[in-house]
Design a protein. Structure first.
Length: 332
């Protein structure tokens, strides 16, 4: 019953987002949007290549936080699992089903405790680095970008507020989130756990893996952090490439700062509108609104996000193909 309701809600938000996207195309003049898309031209291929680099960095970082003693997975296994998980997260609300699929793909190749701990650690630290990046991006643009400061100040304030939940998650991880969750579930009426003691032992092992990640292999931990920073830089670079095509004649410094601000705003939107699959329609509308509030052409903001939508659709298709291929070969 809950699964059926979730699917209905998922489809509903997907349809509403698609309707919003269609409405924006009509309101903003479809022909002008089309001209901007044509203007991007070959820059799309370069932007897509940069996106692939970001996926590769994510997968490499994930591999570095998995204890090699408990893993026989190769880098390409991590890359495939990450890409498939990314694709599923883009078409489902909450961006959580893809995380389950990542674990399913690598099940048997990595010790289960290490696998679960790596997924929890990756998502937490990835979010933490993103938080730092959004805060830094908004602060830098507030000082250096000659655009309406009230808009940038709002983004900075939202980025600052977003540190509250990440701080709470950090405390939960330090206190042992997995074992506490098992204890809580065992106390809930009507929730039956087949072997609560065995599950609690496993949960404590996961908690230990998470707590000792940095101290056990500090070199790999910092390589992971650097790879996450590289991912954020690639995301800004992707926008920079698109804005070069969409806003010719603007200075490099201005476009770099605008790319940083646009990525900051996009990241905040992803967290706020995570219930909308892929933020379809919402992302395009938000970018158009952001550009308008900044005193820029909203169609350029809309076109920028629409190009990323096309890139996202292409990457989702590739991810789904990767996910299907091993099954057809019986590799799982």
């Amino acid at each position: 019953m809950k699964s059926r309701v979730a699917k209905i809600v998922n489809i509903l938000f997907l349809l509403l987002g698609a309707a919003l996207l269609a409405g924006l195309l009509v309101k903003l003049d479809f022909n002008e949007v089309k001209q901007h898309l044509i203007q991007v031209g070959w820059y799309f291929a370069l932007a897509f290549f940069i996106f692939i680099v970001s996926l590769m960095l994510n997968a490499y970082g994930w591999k570095k936080i998995v204890d090699p003693r408990s893993s026989r997975a190769r880098y390409r296994d991590f890359l495939a699992a990450f890409w498939v998980g990314y694709a599923i997260n883009q078409v489902t609300p909450g961006a959580s089903l893809g995380e389950v699929l990542k674990g399913t793909i690598l099940k048997g190749r990595i010790d289960s405790d290490s696998l679960i701990a790596s997924l929890i650690s990756f998502n937490f630290l990835s979010t933490f680095v993103s938080q730092i990046f959004t805060l830094f991006g908004a602060a830098l643009c507030l000082v250096a970008l000659d655009l309406p400061t009230d808009v940038i100040l709002v983004l900075f304030g939202v980025a600052l507020v977003m540190f509250i939940p990440i701080g709470l998650v950090y405390l939960l991880l330090r206190w042992g989130i997995a074992s506490r969750a098992v204890r809580l579930l065992s106390k809930i009426p009507f929730v039956k756990i087949r072997d609560p003691e065995a599950l609690l032992v496993k949960a404590k092992s996961v908690d230990k893996e998470i707590r000792e990640l940095r101290s056990r292999r500090p070199g790999d931990f910092w390589i992971f952090i650097v790879s996450l920073i590289g991912v954020k830089l690639m995301q800004v670079l992707e926008l920079f490439i698109l804005l070069i095509a969409l806003m010719p004649g603007q200075g490099v410094a201005f476009l770099l700062l605008l790319s940083l601000l646009a990525q900051t705003a996009t990241q905040l939107l992803c967290w706020a509108a995570t219930f909308v699959p892929g933020q379809i329609g919402v992302a395009e509308g938000f970018s158009a609104l952001l550009f308008k509030l900044l005193g820029l052409d909203p169609i350029k903001g809309f076109a920028m996000e629409l190009v990323r939508r096309v890139r996202r659709l292409l990457s989702i298709c590739i991810g789904l193909i990767i996910g299907f291929w091993p099954r057809s070969k019986g590799d799982r």
